[in-house]
Design a protein around this ligand. Sequence first.
Ligand SMILES: [Cu+2]
Length: 470
Amino acid sequence: MKITHLVLSSLLGFCLSSSLGVAGQSDFSISDLKKELKNEFTNSYPEQQKPTGKIKSFELVAAENNIGIIPPYKTLVWAYNGMVPGPVIRIKLGDTLQLKLINNLPQATTIHWHGIRVPNAMDGVPGVTQAPVQSGDSFTYKFTPKDAGTFWFHPHVNAAEQIERGLHGVLIVEDPDEPEYSQEFVWVLDDWLLTKDWQVSANFVTRHDLAHDGRWGNVLTINGRYQPIFQVKAGERIRIRMINVANGRVFSPAFARLMPYVIAVDGMLTEAPFPLQEFYVAPGNRVDLDIIIPKSLAGKKLLVQNLYGRQKSALAFLQVAAEEAVETPVFDSPRAIQFPRWADATKLPIEHEYVLNAKRGGVYGISWTIDDKIWPENAAYELTSGQFYSLRFTNKSSRLHPMHLHGQFFKVIAKNGKAVEERYWRDTVLIGPKQSIDIGIIPLDKGLWANHCHILEHAEAGMMTTIKVK
Ligand SMILES: [Cu+2]
């Protein structure tokens, strides 16, 4: 594919018109179109964020603990500050986060700040940006997030075990300009594989997990609780920040009798709010919802289900208070200040195609590959910051691969070669069996960044590579 395009482009002197059959229009060059796409992108999100000088300091201790997922039973977990999920850290846009990680685990760890555009050295990937923090050691992360939104953090060492055992937390970067909701909820969606005595099954990265979509468990939780009930009032307008921290499970949340609007995906505000309908929240993905509780639902208990896959399962309930309704706050949902449509982006040749597949062999017997290579065999793919690229992920396997790019946002521009319009950024995109997804990206943040499957077992068994942004 790539070679054909390159040959074609050079034969045409970088003029695409004849290959595209754009009759009657003046020829346009690849570089002109790229410039147009870049102009459209201008001010979508900032290259830099000026620190206000306010430093918010935190200490995070990673250690074993016992918690009650299914009370009264206690489950041995690995936790940040004793909690699963870990703390929700809130800072304001412009604040500098300084966080000291103290590793009291029996093994090395790091923290990766998922979705946050951090300086490369703060990205937490062993073998790429940082040495693992050994048991008994500590490491201080310090950076000023460039974007407001819902983000999360987790280890990037032995992640299939460490995240599954409970190491993850939420980082919310608040934009003081966003409207205030009646209530705001953070929902950490997780999926545990628990044994009969309510312990985390200690068989990690099994052949079964590798032959399928990673480890799918038997207990779904929100904020570490099984089918929790959240209290709301009729008339309230609520914001739910949802994060999927599961190793492999995809969620498709559905709210009975409510009409949620998606206002942000992967932390970033959408071009405009749109109704939540069969939206796949794959491992790593976040979605922010704007929901009005109609006054007519006072006293009702509303079901929230997961509709992904064959089994429908209850995730949570919203208990609407029976008492008098409150006034519904009136404001326009927050939205992106600038968002590029990139309608012509699919006219450009694909600059790199990532082929996703599996092969026999490797440490686990089955390896997951990108371009037939097992991490760390692959060389970094080089991109120049500030330039438009279209990249393709082609899934030759029959399993799922939510591909996550560190340090960058991108926009899906085509599925199976057909142009699609997603009016939001992503840092993780789910690629279905035998599917291909094309993304448009203008990398801004320089460095060496991981590009991997967020099904943690697939990543552990090789499905990772890097991009180098110069
Ligand atoms: Cu995968």
